[in-house]
Ligand binder design. Structure first.
Ligand SMILES: NC(=O)c1ccc[n+]([C@@H]2O[C@H](COP(=O)([O-])OP(=O)(O)OC[C@H]3O[C@@H](n4cnc5c(N)ncnc54)[C@H](O)[C@@H]3O)[C@@H](O)[C@H]2O)c1
Length: 446
């Protein structure tokens, strides 16, 4: 018997404000894509919330509505956008700089819309993103004051745009690696740390704190610690706010979390996995700094450990050599090339190799994730789900979980989790794939 949801999901009436931290390649590609979808000149390909269906009931029932017809989600026409960025360019100029979208086909026709999105001054400190310089930056004596200024921005944006609800997504640069410290562990320590300008409190944490204080759900698309701390989780529970992260799962890691479950399902061994990337956009430039790369590396390395479970299968995965590299290579711009060389072994230990060369487009893969996260986090908030939203780990390289719980990285387990959560919220039976009923009934009717 399925677990039954005891709450209710409030309707998605009115306007939803989507606040993006960072107005760079991913954010502008996301916003431009939504605008094109609204005008009928582009399709929201890659977005589950817009394109996927969900099976309900038995296979014989033939019920597979679109997700957006099954759960109450904000419609694209009801979204308005805001952003912060230390670089003062509007979304039009930023989209041109990013060079993801074709200027004549996809930027110029919506120039009026993009020029209307100007970044609010950011909470930014070069200490945490070494390769960037910004002029559109808030000034204050303490981190607490900076975070309060973000709260004021949130309230002003909401009032100025007539929003009924808001959601915030971190689409800004990857910050330097910060190890979890006592200042992150409790809300009390964190708030004291903000007042004392503790170095272990990065700008991303101030955005997360400000969002949750304002009752705004927060999703983190980069690998920074950000809302993955005891302090922000405590606050999220206190305020009844949905949070989650981290790091959009788009290219190489998405492939890794599809291939590695296959090796494990078939009990094939893996001796080594070498992943390298060339990337020429601003994100690539930021990640060229070893401290930002370390944050990314941690996020990318974890997945194999959890999926392959070397402790349970030491003879297959105990000596796996896993290496991840990102090389900044400007000629490619946003068109990343990700190579994977995988050394596997089979029956009696005979070696084999798999090579994957993914010529992808980073922001084209990330944009639909921003849309889905905005809509599903808003849904979670309307359903009263507070704290970490593990059911949305489908979208993250390094999913946040409850303390002590290991994350599920397998893309298809994550997808099942997501869809079962939607069924649960809407009072439908969860799908277990047991399927005995089809055969039991056959015999009963004989
Ligand atoms: N595109 C992908 O496939 C993908 C996948 C996973 C994660 N990500 C992450 O998403 C983020 C955005 O990627 P992108 O390609 O758009 O990068 P980008 O460099 O084009 O844009 C990031 C923007 O964030 C701004 N920024 C930096 N610090 C800020 C702060 N404190 N407040 C507000 N704005 C700030 C920068 O000025 C920049 O304009 C990166 O952290 C990246 O690692 C991207």
């Amino acid at each position: 018997m399925s677990k039954v949801f005891s709450g209710t999901v409030a309707p998605a009436d009115g306007t939803l404000g989507v606040l993006c931290v960072g107005l760079g390649a991913v954010t502008t590609t996301f916003m431009a894509g939504v605008e094109h979808a609204r005008r009928g000149s582009g399709a929201a390909i890659g977005s589950l919330s817009q394109m996927a269906t969900i099976r309900l009931g038995r296979r014989t029932e033939g019920r597979s509505p679109l997700i957006k017809d099954f759960v109450p989600l904000a419609g694209l026409d009801h979204l308005v956008f805001g952003a912060w960025d230390p670089i003062p360019d509007d979304a039009y100029q930023s989209a041109l700089t990013a060079g993801v979208l074709d200027k004549h086909e996809h930027v110029e026709p919506i120039a009026d819309f993009l020029k209307g999105i100007r970044p609010m001054p950011a909470v930014f400190d070069q200490e945490y993103v070494k390769r960037l310089q910004g002029t559109n930056v808030k000034q204050a004596a303490t981190k607490r004051e900076l975070a309060e200024a973000l709260r004021a921005d949130i309230r002003e944006f909401k009032a100025a745009n007539g929003c009924d609800r808001l959601v915030m997504v971190w689409c800004a640069s990857t910050e330097v690696f910060i190890a979890p410290a006592p200042v992150h562990q409790t809300l009390e320590a964190f708030e004291r740390g903000m007042a004392e300008n503790d170095k272990a409190i990065a700008p991303s944490m101030l955005y997360a704190w400000a969002a949750v204080m304002e009752g705004v759900p927060f999703a983190n698309g980069a690998p920074n610690l950000c809302c993955d701390t005891g302090a922000i989780c405590e606050l999220a529970h206190q305020k009844g706010v949905a949070i989650g992260g981290k790091d959009f799962k788009t290219g190489q890691t998405m492939i890794k979390t599809v291939l590695s479950p296959m090796f494990k399902a078939r009990m094939l061994g893996v001796a080594g996995w070498y992943s390298t990337n060339i990337l020429g956009n601003r994100d690539g430039e930021v990640l060229d700094d070893p401290e930002s790369f370390k944050t990314k590396e941690e996020s990318k390395l974890g997945v194999l450990e959890y999926i392959l479970q070397p402790k349970l299968h030491p003879e297959l995965y105990g000596n796996l050599y896993h290496k991840v590299r990102i090389n900044y290579y400007p000629p490619r711009g946003d068109n990343k090339e990700g190579w994977d060389n995988i050394d596997i072994f089979g029956w009696m230990g005979y070696p084999m190799q798999i090579k994957v060369d993914f010529l992808c487009r980073d922001s084209i893969l990330a944009a639909p994730l921003v849309l889905d996260l905005a809509l599903f986090f808003d849904l979670a908030q309307r359903a009263g789900l507070k704290g970490v939203q593990e059911w949305l780990s489908f979208y993250f390289k390094s999913p946040q979980t409850a303390p002590g719980l290991y994350p599920e990285h397998d893309l298809f387990i994550q997808q099942t989790k997501l869809k079962n959560t939607l069924r649960y919220l809407m009072g439908e039976e969860q799908i277990t794939h047991l399927g005995m009923e089809y055969y039991e009934e056959e015999h009963e009717s004989e």
